[in-house]
Design a protein around this ligand. Structure first.
Ligand SMILES: Cc1cc2nc3c(=O)[nH]c(=O)nc-3n(C[C@H](O)[C@H](O)[C@H](O)COP(=O)(O)OP(=O)(O)OC[C@H]3O[C@@H](n4cnc5c(N)ncnc54)[C@H](O)[C@@H]3O)c2cc1C
Length: 464
C-alpha cells in the first residue's frame, strides 16, 4: 500500500484511491464457513444494494472491489467543478457493511473468473471460491476506437478523473492570468465538453457557472466571464434520451449561461491543444469526454458474447445464460426492460436490480425458491442545467425549471444524507451551490501537488 494515494477526510474516514490493493493469500478462505457463499464483484450502486439485501440471509457474503470506497457518481461533476470535495461523495465500503455480520469486504482487482472451478481470480493471484456469483462491475467511457484521446479528454467516472478535470480547468485560468498573447489566453480559458447527454450538459453548465460567477472577481488581468465553454454533440439534439421539449429547454438554459452548444458535429480528433471538428480546430485547455460508455470487461471473463456496448446479456431473472448461479446487474448488463429493449445505465436501475437480486437470493437460500423476474420502476430521469434549472422525465409526465431543480436538490440531499449520514456537509454543500461559492477550488492531485497536501487541502475546504 505504500504507493497508494490517499487523503483523510474530516470524519476520519479513510479512502484509498488509485489503489495498490493489499495482497491476498493465494488460497483465500472466506469467513462464515459452512454457509453457501455469495461473491459480489463491485461495490457500486448495484453491488452494495445486493450485499445489503442479503443481510439476514443464511449465506456468507464476500464483496470485492478494486477501491475501498463506494462512489456516488451522479455528483462527480460537482467535484470536477469545485463545488464538492471528493470525500463528500465517497464512502468506505467497509464502513457501509460493518454492521452486517454475514458480510466481508475484500479490496482486490478482479481479472477473471474460472467458471469451471467456480472461483474469482484477482490480479495478485488469489482465487476466491463462490457458490453464487454476482457481477456488478459497472462501465467505463467509450472512445469508439480512439483510446489515445482519453489522456487529453478524460471521462468523468472516477475521483481521479474529476480531480484531473478540476485541476485542468483551474490551472487554465491561472495560466491565462499571466499570458500576454490574446489568442493563447483565450485558448487557456476555453473548455470543450464532448457529448450532449446528462453528464455533458451538467459539466458544461457547471463550468460556465464556475467561470461567470465563482471566479468572476478573483483575477486582475483576465475576466473569467469571458471564458468560452463549448458543448459538442454529434446527434441532432442534446439530451436525446429526454423528450424533445426538455432538450429544447436545456438548450435555451445552457445558452443563457453562455455555453456554445454545437449539435450535428462529430469530433475528428482530440489533441493536447484542442479538438478538431470538420473544417475547424477548436483550441482549448480543458476537454471532457462524455460521449458514450461501454461495459466493464466482465463478458470476457465469462466468455459470453456481449452486446454492442460490451454488456453481458442477462435474462429477466438477471441470470447469465449457460452459467449456474451466475448473475450480473447494473451498468455492465443488458437486461430486458418492459418493451424488451435493454434498461438504461442508470443508478436507479442498478440499485433496484441489486435490491431485487439480494432479496431473491435470500429467499432462495432460505426456501430453495427460484429467483423471480425483475421489473424496473422508473422514478424519473434527470439532468441539471446549472443552478436553479433542471429537467425531469417521469415517462408520462415531465417537469422543468426551478421546481425540477428543487426536486433534484431534495433528492440529492436525501441521498447524500442517507449515503453518508452527514446532514451538515449536505447543507453546506447546498448553501455553497446556491450562493456560487466553490469551496473546493483547489489545484491538487495528479497534475498539481502531492496527495498528502491534497488531503490537507480537501479537509480545509470542507471546514471553510
Ligand atoms: C458523471 C456521471 C453522472 C451520472 N448521473 C446519474 C444520474 O443523475 N442519475 C442516475 O440514475 N445515474 C447517473 N449516472 C449513472 C450511474 O452512476 C450508474 O448507472 C451507476 O453507477 C451504475 O452502478 P453499477 O453498480 O452498475 O456500477 P458502478 O457504480 O460504476 O460500480 C462498479 C464498481 O465495480 C468496481 N469494479 C469495476 N471493475 C472491477 C474489477 N475488475 N475488480 C474489482 N472491482 C471492480 C468499481 O470500482 C466500482 O466500485 C451517472 C454516471 C456518471 C459517470
Amino acid at each position: 500500500m505504500s504507493n497508494a494515494s490517499r487523503w483523510f477526510p474530516p470524519s476520519g474516514r479513510r479512502i484509498i484511491a488509485d489503489t495498490e490493493a493489499p495482497k491476498l493469500p493465494a488460497s483465500f478462505t472466506a469467513t462464515a464457513p459452512g454457509r453457501p457463499r455469495v461473491v459480489i464483484i463491485g461495490g457500486g450502486f448495484a453491488g452494495i444494494a445486493c450485499a445489503k439485501a442479503l443481510a439476514r440471509a443464511p449465506v456468507g457474503v464476500t464483496l470485492i472491489d478494486r477501491n475501498n470506497y463506494h462512489l456516488f457518481q451522479p455528483l462527480l461533476y460537482q467535484v470536477a467543478t469545485a463545488a464538492l470535495s471528493p470525500a463528500d461523495i465517497a464512502e468506505p465500503i467497509r464502513k457501509m457493511l460493518r454492521r452486517q455480520r454475514n458480510a466481508e469486504v475484500l479490496m482486490a482487482e478482479v481479472t477473471g473468473i474460472d467458471t469451471a472451478a467456480r472461483a474469482v481470480l484477482t490480479a495478485d493471484g488469489a482465487r476466491i471460491g463462490y457458490d453464487t456469483l454476482v457481477i456488478a462491475t459497472g462501465s467505463v467511457y467509450n472512445y469508439f476506437g480512439h483510446d489515445d484521446w482519453e489522456g487529453h479528454a478524460p471521462g468523468l467516472k472516477t475521483i481521479d478523473n474529476a480531480r484531473a478535470i478540476r485541476t485542468r480547468v483551474l490551472t487554465g485560468f491561472e495560466c491565462a492570468e499571466r499570458e500576454s498573447d490574446p489568442a493563447r489566453r483565450q485558448a487557456l480559458m476555453t473548455s470543450v465538453v464532448i457529448g450532449g447527454g446528462p453528464t455533458g450538459v451538467e459539466m458544461a453548465g457547471a463550468i460556465a457557472e464556475l467561470a461567470r460567477h465563482a471566479l468572476a472577481r478573483d483575477f486582475r488581468h483576465i475576466d473569467p466571464r469571458a471564458a468560452r465553454v463549448v458543448l459538442i454533440e454529434a446527434g441532432p439534439r442534446i439530451l436525446s434520451a429526454f423528450p424533445a421539449p426538455l432538450s429544447a429547454y436545456a438548450l435555451r438554459r445552457l445558452e443563457a449561461l453562455g455555453v456554445e452548444v454545437r449539435t450535428g458535429e462529430a469530433v475528428e480528433d482530440v489533441t493536447a491543444d484542442g479538438v478538431r471538428l470538420p473544417g475547424e480546430f477548436l483550441a482549448a485547455n480543458a476537454m471532457v469526454w462524455g460521449a458514450g460508455i461501454r461495459a466493464s470487461p466482465a463478458a470476457q471473463w465469462l466468455d459470453v458474447t456481449p452486446d454492442r456496448a460490451g454488456r453481458i446479456p442477462v435474462s429477466d431473472r438477471l441470470e447469465v445464460a449457460g452459467q449456474r448461479q451466475v448473475f450480473a446487474i447494473g451498468d455492465t448488463v443488458a437486461a430486458p426492460g418492459e418493451n424488451g429493449a435493454p434498461l438504461p445505465g442508470l443508478a436507479q436501475v442498478a440499485k433496484q436490480q441489486g435490491e431485487h437480486l439480494g432479496r431473491e437470493l435470500a429467499r432462495q437460500a432460505a426456501c430453495g425458491d427460484a429467483v423471480r423476474p425483475f421489473a424496473f420502476r422508473n422514478r424519473g430521469n434527470t439532468a441539471i442545467i446549472g443552478r436553479h434549472a433542471a429537467v425531469f422525465d417521469f415517462g408520462r409526465r415531465q417537469m422543468k425549471g426551478y421546481p425540477a431543480w428543487l426536486l433534484w436538490a431534495a433528492v440529492h440531499i436525501y441521498l447524500l444524507v442517507a449515503f453518508e449520514q452527514r446532514v451538515l456537509v449536505s447543507i453546506q454543500w447546498l448553501w455553497r451551490y446556491v450562493t456560487f461559492q466553490r469551496g473546493a477550488r483547489l489545484i491538487t492531485g495528479p497534475e498539481g501537488g502531492s496527495e498528502q497536501s491534497a488531503g490537507r487541502s480537501e479537509r480545509q475546504a470542507v471546514r471553510s
